[in-house]
Design a protein around this ligand. Structure first.
Ligand SMILES: *Cc1c(COP(=O)(O)O)cnc(C)c1O
Length: 228
């Protein structure tokens, strides 16, 4: 059995290799360790191995863990799951980043509920890049409108885009999907000053995502083990 520290190390090696292959600087891709369903003791192990970026999918579970790990004050907590409007206050109060903004109502509530004592909430808009009914995210055609809304909200900082490409695509479909995302990202990156994050790439597509400009990959089970 490998330890969490060893699996984390393998993930970093994999990212370094992929950035080298893509002729990109090694520090241009960040690793989000997705700790959903895993106990705080697992997060502590990753923290002790030097890791600081953690992603949670479920609001209440994430808030509980953030509370229990308050003493590890340099953890950067990312909300990456779907957000219902009755949960926005918890998200706005406790998280550093929200990657799953998919509609104006959620953005406005997060803005209104972000405490004045906290820095602006870092946000990514989730794009439903393969137009899947089962997935949340804004359709690419509606992206511009949502970008303008988030940009206008003072307690939010628009950092970029997040996507979960369809599973089991052919290599051509995967390339086309990542290419579209890369184009959308670079279009806004040149226009908006804080727009620096393309969150795409999970266990199966880290290399392809990094080839296509990903700046943040999200890995869960390869670090913490399979979920029940
Ligand atoms: C669960 C999850 C991940 C990580 O998935 P693994 O298969 O465990 O690596 C990444 N991104 C999102 C949005 C997730 O919900």
């Amino acid at each position: 059995m490998q330890t969490i520290a060893e699996r984390l190390q393998s993930a970093y090696v994999r990212i370094d290799q992929a950035t080298d292959d893509a002729h990109r600087p090694r520090n241009s891709v960040r690793l989000l360790a997705v700790s959903k369903t895993k106990p705080v003791s697992d997060i502590t192990q990753a923290y002790e191995a030097g890791h600081r970026l953690f992603g949670e999918n479920y609001v209440q579970e994430g808030v509980d863990k953030i509370g229990q790990l308050q003493h590890l004050s340099d953890i950067e907590w990312h909300m990456i799951g779907p957000i219902q409007s009755n949960k926005t206050k918890l998200v706005a109060t406790h998280f550093d980043w929200v990657q799953s903004i998919d509609r104006a109502k959620i953005a406005r509530r997060l803005n209104d509920q972000r405490p004045d004592t906290s820095p602006p909430l870092n946000c990514c808009i989730q794009v439903n890049i393969n137009d899947e009914t089962s997935k949340s995210g804004v359709h690419p055609k509606q992206l511009q409108e949502l970008v303008e809304i988030v940009e206008s909200l003072p307690h939010l900082t628009l950092r970029g885009l997040m996507a979960i490409p369809k599973a089991r695509m052919t290599q051509e479909e995967q390339e086309a999907t990542l290419h579209t995302l890369e184009e959308l990202f670079s279009e806004y990156r040149t226009k908006l000053s804080n727009f620096d994050t393309l969150s795409v790439g999970m266990s199966d597509d880290v290399e392809a995502a990094i080839q296509h400009g990903s700046t943040m990959v999200r890995i869960g089970s390869a670090i913490f083990g399979a979920r029940d």
